[in-house]
Design a binder for this molecule. Structure first.
Ligand SMILES: Nc1ncnc2c1ncn2[C@@H]1O[C@H](COP(=O)(O)OP(=O)(O)O)[C@@H](O)[C@H]1O
Ligand SMILES: [Mg+2]
Length: 260
């Protein structure tokens, strides 16, 4: 009896230790527009979790609440063991250096070279990296990860849309984040470039063991990358499971996602 109780407690603790992001009963409205109505989500270490939702369903609102860019009306949001809503600006900044973002249309600074774009977050988060006298090896490594080492001295205007997205990904990698948040990483890209980006996301996850939250409405992206999926419908985690579980569901609201 005692042994069994101990085991259960240890199991719970082990599970807690592996949790990277925890969202409980998240609510956010804009006036009468009730966007999130009790959304729940758990991202475990090393996992690729895809959240799919229709345009305007609150995916970006959710991700903004996650990183403290938006304050929820209520609910619990924890990232890497820290409760977001209790952090002061300094602690929030420290935490953000462990979070990589690839946000919708992640813009590069047009007036800076690719190298300077990558050096930028390193300057912002000096305390994490310590004194880096020579940024070049880190910039090079990050660019090599996305196959763009040769673009170091180019200006963003000289790059294609797909290349820009890859540079933006390299920029999120340079701080060696523990978790990467992707908001519509393939939106606005042609199918071939989308596939390249998805492959890169996978290879990065394998190389660094990063945990990833991928927000998308791209079924192909979800098919390739997800280990677990959540469908965001009516402001809640309406359905959860593997891609196969969900794509074979008979629930009309779930089926609607997978109809071409
Ligand atoms: N800052 C804001 N002020 C008012 N309404 C907002 C704001 N941000 C988002 N919304 C509304 O919340 C809903 C969800 O938006 P969003 O999370 O951006 O959707 P998506 O799932 O496409 O990312 C939309 O109806 C949008 O108009
Ligand atoms: Mg969005």
């Amino acid at each position: 009896m005692a042994t069994k109780e101990k085991t259960i407690r240890e199991d719970t603790m082990a599970e807690e230790k592996d949790v990277v992001i925890k969202i409980r009963d998240l609510r956010k409205s804009f006036g009468e527009n009730h966007v999130l109505n009790g959304f729940n989500m758990t991202l475990h270490k090393g996992e690729n979790l895809v959240v799919m939702g229709k345009s305007g369903s609150g995916k970006s609102v959710m991700i903004k609440c996650l990183v403290g860019l938006m304050t929820p009306d209520s609910g619990y949001v924890e990232v890497l063991g820290k409760e977001i809503n209790t952090l002061n600006q300094q602690h929030l900044d420290e935490l953000r250096s462990d979070i990589g973002f690839l946000f919708q249309g992640s813009a590069l600074y047009d007036s800076m070279t690719v190298r300077e774009n990558l050096e930028f977050p390193m300057r912002r988060h000096k305390e994490k990296l310590g004194v880096v006298s020579d940024t070049m090896p880190l910039v090079l490594e990050a660019l090599e990860n996305v196959g763009l080492a040769h673009t170091m001295e180019l200006m963003p205007a000289e790059l294609s849309g797909g290349m820009k997205r890859r540079v933006a990904l390299a920029r999120t990698l340079i701080l060696k984040p523990k978790v990467i948040l992707y908001d519509e990483p393939t939106s606005g890209l042609d199918p071939i470039t989308s596939k390249e980006i998805i492959e890169l996301m996978r290879s990065i996850q394998q190389k660094y063991g990063t945990s990833s939250l991928i927000i998308t409405h791209d079924v192909d992206c979800a098919r390739v990358i997800s280990e677990k999926m959540i469908l965001l419908v009516d402001g809640i985690n309406y359905a959860e499971g593997s891609f196969v579980d969900l794509s074979t569901s008979k629930d009309p609201k779930v089926e609607a996602f997978f109809k071409k």
